[in-house]
Design a protein around this ligand. Structure first.
Ligand code: NDP
Length: 337
């Protein structure tokens, strides 16, 4: 059983030596337990936080602990009457080939899933995040302007497409021409701006002639700076993530702009709310999965995966995720279906 463990805590961007690949015998399930063969592993930005020992909403990983992660697995051996050999399950088995479970943390995959790996993306945690963050906190209305960055990732792409279904003007921000073309041509965004090009502030202002009503925050940093002057009165900001800051080792240079931010929030009566999908919305998963399965089946929501073969390639793929090297939902294929 190969597993990837946290070897050391990163300072700034993670590097390959923060991870170690370990070999151990395949574990044997006890009474009431199952052996999981992990097929797909989800790589997500939140894992950067768990590698750090800074206080956060969830416990840090210990040095030597297997990297955590959502997985889609097959039951290889079952000593639990609830599960048959060959069943597909959603699990939290982490960065490893096999894992043991007593079944309490497993969710059987519905046969209606177009592909098992979708349970890690559009029909899983990132899709759920986009759905609740946009609809419950963002509350988009027809005719309003919605801005979202990391626009081709599983969260951003879904936010933009739901906003289009609600009749909004959608402006995406993404890294590079190819991602921007995809956002417009495949996802149906009205505009998508490449954040690597100069004059982001000016181009964003031109793309939002009626101001910004909902800014779905995935990135922070220079993207938030560009949106800040454009907010309309009563704008909403679901704060989902600030990925541009996850590898930061100090505060950004420049004057303290907190007073400016507070005065804009006050004068424009902006509502800015952070959320953690698993903590805040677990009780609404049923509503999400019903609606999103329908949209995906009807072709109303498009979904792109970025599959990387081999558990051993997970560290490099994860490092790349924090640099925008992924194009679509990053998933490691650990084993063949
Ligand atoms: P993505 O697959 O979109 O991957 C991250 C993307 O962020 C990269 O591909 C890159 O896209 C962009 N990015 C990375 N670094 C920077 C940077 N310095 N400046 C600008 N853009 C950058 O990730 P997800 O869709 O899975 O997640 C999106 C956000 O949602 C993250 O912030 C994540 O932490 C958050 N999240 C929050 C949850 C919650 O419960 N609050 C749950 C799930 C996700 P590009 O090349 O286009 O710039």
């Amino acid at each position: 059983n190969r597993s990837i463990v946290l070897a050391s805590r990163p300072y700034g961007a993670p590097t390959p030596d923060n991870f170690t690949l370990k070999q151990q015998p395949i574990p044997t399930p006890g009474q009431g337990e199952v052996l999981l063969r992990n097929i797909y592993l989800s790589l997500d930005p939140y894992m950067r936080g768990r590698m750090s020992d800074a206080p956060s909403y969830a416990k840090s990983l210990e040095i030597g602990e297997v990297m955590i992660g959502g997985t889609v697995s097959k039951i290889e051996i079952s000593n639990n009457p609830e599960y048959q050999v060959g069943d597909w399950v959603i699990s939290q088995a982490g960065w490893q080939d096999y894992a043991i479970s007593n079944g309490s943390d497993l969710l059987k995959l519905d046969s209606k899933f177009p592909r098992p790996s979708y349970a890690l993306g559009i029909l899983g945690m990132p899709g759920f995040t986009a759905y609740m963050g946009l609809l419950d906190i963002g509350q988009p209305k027809a005719g309003e302007t919605v801005v979202v960055a990391a626009a081709t990732g599983p969260v951003g792409a879904t936010v933009g497409q739901i906003a289009k279904l609600k009749g909004c003007r959608v402006v995406g921000i993404a890294g590079g021409e190819e991602k921007c073309r995809h956002a417009i041509e495949t996802l149906g965004f009205d505009v998508c701006l490449d954040h690597y090009q100069s004059d982001l502030n000016k181009r964003l202002a031109e793309a939002c002639p009626k101001g910004v009503d909902v800014y779905f925050e995935n990135v922070g940093g220079k993207v938030f700076d560009a949106v800040l002057p454009l907010f309309n009165p009563k704008a909403r900001i679901p704060v989902c993530g600030v990925i541009s800051l996850y590898n930061a080792t100090s505060l950004p240079e420049g004057p303290d702009r907190l007073p400016l931010l507070e005065s804009i929030i006050l004068k424009k009566r902006i509502r800015m709310q952070g959320f953690i999908i698993t903590d805040d919305y677990a009780h609404r998963y049923g509503e999400f999965i019903q609606q999103m399965s329908f949209w995906v089946a009807e072709g109303k929501i498009q979904y792109r995966e970025h599959l990387v073969d081999g558990l051993e390639n997970a560290p490099q793929a994860f490092i790349g995720l924090l640099e925008g090297k992924n194009f679509g939902k990053l998933v490691i294929q650990i084993a063949k279906e």
